[in-house]
Write a protein that binds this ligand. Structure first.
Ligand SMILES: Cc1cc2nc3c(=O)[nH]c(=O)nc-3n(C[C@H](O)[C@H](O)[C@H](O)COP(=O)(O)O)c2cc1C
Length: 220
């Protein structure tokens, strides 16, 4: 069973090869665009990202409109990837958490799984309790952001597996991006530009700078 299943999985060599191939692109080739088919797979990776309790306290804003990218660029310290990439994704984290986010999720869960509300009551109360605690401790945004970053990781990994380039970006002014995109209930937490590396991006060939396995992994 397992052997049969593994046939459709990427090999260990392919996974590591692609993760080594991936790097944070500094210069995209602005003439190359991600196909609709590939983009659909990348979007699916965002949707499939896990989140705590499954609450998905975020939204992904996908910008392909060149005028909007130009408008956003100054709010991103003028980084060229914003305008030269094919797609720009803004990971927008929900600013306030309360009963509403739990109820929305439960409604969706019931739609999909048809579970009776009665059977979910304890779970609902636990989630609402967690949301309340986050609020009391001023941790709503940081919790939502942590969830959004998991989706960023999914997008980066999926892009690498498809041979599509990306650059994760924290170099931007959130208040300005929020204002331009009229995010209101959400705040920009991370960005990711997606596209194809330019042939003259010198960083593409640079060695990866990572601490050693012994430094980063502790085995107990
Ligand atoms: C959350 C996050 C934010 C980052 N922000 C930027 C950014 O604003 N601009 C940029 O050019 N690179 C940015 N980077 C890229 C990192 O500098 C890069 O991932 C790191 O140096 C490791 O190199 P590699 O990804 O090429 O292996 C960011 C990376 C992460 C994970």
């Amino acid at each position: 069973m397992q052997a049969e299943k593994s046939k459709s999985l990427p090999s260990k060599d392919t996974i590591l090869e692609q993760l080594n191939w991936r790097y944070a692109v500094k210069k995209f080739d602005s003439t190359k665009k991600v196909s609709e088919e590939d983009w659909a797979t990348l979007e699916e990776s965002l949707i499939l990202a896990p989140s705590s309790y499954g609450l998905q306290p975020y939204k992904f804003i996908v910008v392909t409109d060149q005028e909007m990218k130009e408008k956003l660029r100054p709010a991103c310290f003028n980084q060229p990837q914003i305008v030269d990439s094919s797609h720009l994704v803004i990971f927008a984290a929900k600013k306030e958490l309360g009963d509403e986010i739990v109820e929305n999720y439960i409604q969706r869960l019931q739609e999909i799984r048809g579970t009776e509300r009665e059977a979910l009551e304890d779970y609902i109360n636990m989630m609402k309790g967690t949301m309340q605690q986050l609020k009391e401790n001023g941790l709503e945004i940081s919790w939502s952001q942590r969830q959004a970053y998991i989706a960023l990781g999914f997008l980066l990994e999926t892009a690498a597996m498809l041979g599509i380039d990306a650059c994760p970006m924290e170099g931007f002014e959130a208040d300005k991006v929020d204002e331009i995109l009229e995010l209101n209930d959400y705040t920009a937490s991370a960005l990711c530009t997606i596209g194809y590396r330019s042939e003259d991006d010198w960083l593409a060939a640079a060695e990866k700078v990572r601490f050693t396995k012994d430094q980063l992994i502790e085995r107990i």
